[in-house]
Design a protein around this ligand. Structure first.
Ligand code: 5GP
Ligand code: ZN
Length: 117
């Protein structure tokens, strides 16, 4: 049994667990967060298992560039390209990372607050 058998987002990427997928292609999958924190809340993940931003290496640079560009494209498709949005990737305990598979949250559709603490 590999790590990806246990990983929630690997299982969603494979289609073993249902999700509302809004994009799939070029090694990236995007799906709606099950517990949305804003009117638009989409998670964009690499299909390959990467634990988080702390696990990235040089070989992932192209993939991550594409992932960010896909996020911006989804934002346009979701109708928040002009109103604005936030991309967040939580890393580790203080950030509240709960799923150890790299993901970028696309949040928008309302005025988002700062500061976070
Ligand atoms: P994190 O807290 O790790 O940055 O983000 C994990 C996100 O995954 C949370 O926003 C949480 O709501 C979402 N999530 C957890 N389980 C599921 C699930 O089974 N399906 C979907 N679509 N999202 C999930
Ligand atoms: Zn995974």
């Amino acid at each position: 049994m590999t790590a990806s058998d246990q990983c929630l987002f690997c299982r969603i990427v494979r289609g073993d667990i249902p999700a509302t997928v809004v994009y799939k292609g070029d090694g990236i999958t995007a799906f709606r967060d099950i517990s949305p924190q804003s009117p638009v809340h989409v998670l964009i993940v690499p299909d390959v298992h990467i634990g988080g931003v702390a696990d990235l290496d040089l070989a992932n640079d192209e993939l991550i560039g594409r992932l960010i560009r896909v996020a911006a494209n989804i934002a346009r498709e979701e109708g928040i390209g002009a109103s604005g949005y936030r991309l967040i990737s939580n890393q580790g305990a203080d950030a509240g990372q709960s799923v150890p598979h790299l993901h970028v949250h696309l949040l928008g559709g309302a005025r988002l607050r700062l500061p976070l603490v």
